[in-house]
Design a protein around this ligand. Structure first.
Ligand code: 5AD
Ligand code: SF4
Length: 459
């Protein structure tokens, strides 16, 4: 046997969505055979990877300020002990503006787009000979997924990317340009990855995709096949894997919430009663300008159908305020929709003008002060609803999957079926178990409870 490679320190900073979290883990897997082990701070790192998000202007600007700090660290370390710190930029900003990154920040050694992560180790080796590699542009997800090494999951929950890209072209969004068109992985490959995760102790997977409910692998029979086709069939297939007890998926588009998937919510016990289904606005005029291809009414109908299948489902969403042309009456329609649905949680954003997207050139751009005021009002409503939803759990007994130790001695933290964080006093051996917890108190972001007897699983 040859000697193991000497340990080098790898620090990965992840911004943006869960797909970046998955990608960062996979980059660590690719680099492990080169002797890179993860570290918690960039201070002593040999390689720093910044995994970036391009969705809003703020996220993009953050990259340049973070790179400024890394440059200082790199220079300080070179001056102190001659250490070489390699800086790589990954993710959607790397894909969208790789050349600009290299130009604006000379301390960057390497830029790598999301479809080239499987080649990261080669790039790093080459970078040590010459600066300035940029690997991005072409969209070839299949090649990447086929080439990525086996995973080494570290916890009891895991993300699993099943779909990438988007063909929807909402007029505000950069994703179709940065991540390319929709691509779905083959179900066999996904099942193999899920089985491997389960064999390593993972009990809950979240299936990821920019448009995950548009999942449709090549040769799929569509909604008429035995298991319903698309994401519904994939969920049913994964639900059969022993040890994998919880399945979630995100992010979805209302347009792709088909009957088979709605039925799965009522029939597949492993599919958790929580759905992130962004609606963006409650005004049909704005939804049309956004090119969302649904109305407020059709969204409400979809929600009603899902609730008929799974009455306790918690609905979450994304909202944008201050889209070009949004009047007070449009914004009021958004508030009315939020009240009607009773979202249990949500993410809300001020519209951010993204160069190259149709909305950036639309007339009627909304003043920042108006966006601020609308966001504050929307958040007040969403917060109140989130709190009310959490409070409605007090007194109930929920199955909680414990994931890790809490901040206080003897405390564990887990998740309810509705994705709420739950704290309880419990022995460490319960990490990885689904345990009955009586909910005793609720805050805006989490619940607190106590173990009840008898337990759902043998302790
Ligand atoms: N401005 C503000 N929010 C945006 N999102 C996407 N693009 C923009 C933009 N230009 C939000 C949407 C989407 C979420 C991931 O980010 O709400 O669902
Ligand atoms: Fe962006 Fe719309 Fe595609 Fe979602 S569905 S990634 S918001 S273009």
């Amino acid at each position: 046997m040859s000697d193991p490679a000497p340990t080098k320190r790898l620090f990965i900073k992840t911004n943006g969505c869960q797909m970046n979290v998955y990608d960062s883990e996979r980059m660590a897997d690719v680099l492990a055979p080169l002797g890179y082990a993860m570290t918690d701070t960039p201070d002593q790192a040999d390689l720093v990877v910044l995994n970036t998000c391009h969705i809003r202007e703020k996220a993009t600007e953050k990259v340049y300020s973070e790179l400024g700090k890394l440059k200082e660290l790199k220079q300080a370390r070179a001056a102190a002990d001659g250490a070489v710190m390699t800086i790589a930029v990954a993710g959607c900003v790397a894909q969208a503006e790789g050349e600009e990154i290299m130009r604006r920040q000379p301390a960057v050694d390497l830029v790598v787009g999301p479809q080239a992560y499987h080649q990261l180790h080669e790039l790093i080796a080459r970078t040590h000979r010459a600066r300035g590699e940029r690997l991005a542009a072409d969209f070839a997800p299949q090649e990447k997924f086929d080439a990525l090494p086996q995973r080494r999951p570290g916890g009891v929950t895991a993300f699993l990317t099943v779909q990438e890209g988007c063909d929807k072209f909402c007029t505000f969004c950069v994703v179709p340009y940065t991540r390319g068109g929709e691509y779905s992985r083959a179900p066999q490959a996904i099942e193999a990855e899920a089985r491997d995760l389960a064999a390593h102790g993972v009990r809950e997977v979240t299936l990821l995709g920019q448009n995950v409910n548009a999942y449709s692998p090549p040769n799929d029979q569509g909604p008429n096949d035995k298991e319903g086709g698309g994401l519904a069939a994939l969920v049913r297939r994964l639900a059969k894997i022993p040890g994998l007890d919880r399945i979630r998926y995100t992010t979805s588009h209302p347009r792709d919430m088909d009957e088979a998937l709605i039925a799965a919510h009522g029939e597949v016990a492993e599919l958790m009663p929580y759905l992130h289904l962004p609606v963006q606005s409650g005004s049909d005029r704005i939804l049309k300008a956004m090119n969302r291809a649904h109305t407020a009414q059709s969204y409400l109908k979809t929600i009603a159908a899902i609730r008929a299948a799974r009455p306790d489902i918690a609905i979450s969403g994304d909202f944008i305020v201050g889209f070009p042309g949004e009047r007070d009456s449009d914004f009021e329609a958004t508030l009315a929709l939020v009240r009607e649905v009773g979202h249990a949680s949500a993410f809300s954003f001020k519209y951010s003008r993204r160069p190259g997207t149709p909305a950036a050139a639309m007339p009627g751009q909304v003043a920042e002060a108006v966006k601020d005021e609308r966001l504050a009002r929307l958040n007040a409503l969403l917060d109140a609803q989130a709190r009310a939803f959490n409070e409605s759990q007090v007194g109930r007994v929920l199955p909680v999957l414990f994931e890790r130790k809490g901040r206080h001695p003897g405390q564990l933290i887990g998740r309810s079926p509705y994705l709420q964080a739950v704290h309880a006093l419990a022995p460490d051996r319960m990490i990885g178990q689904i345990v009955a917890v009586r909910i005793e108190a609720a805050a805006r972001m989490s619940l607190a409870g106590a173990l009840v007897q008898p337990q759902l699983e043998p302790a």
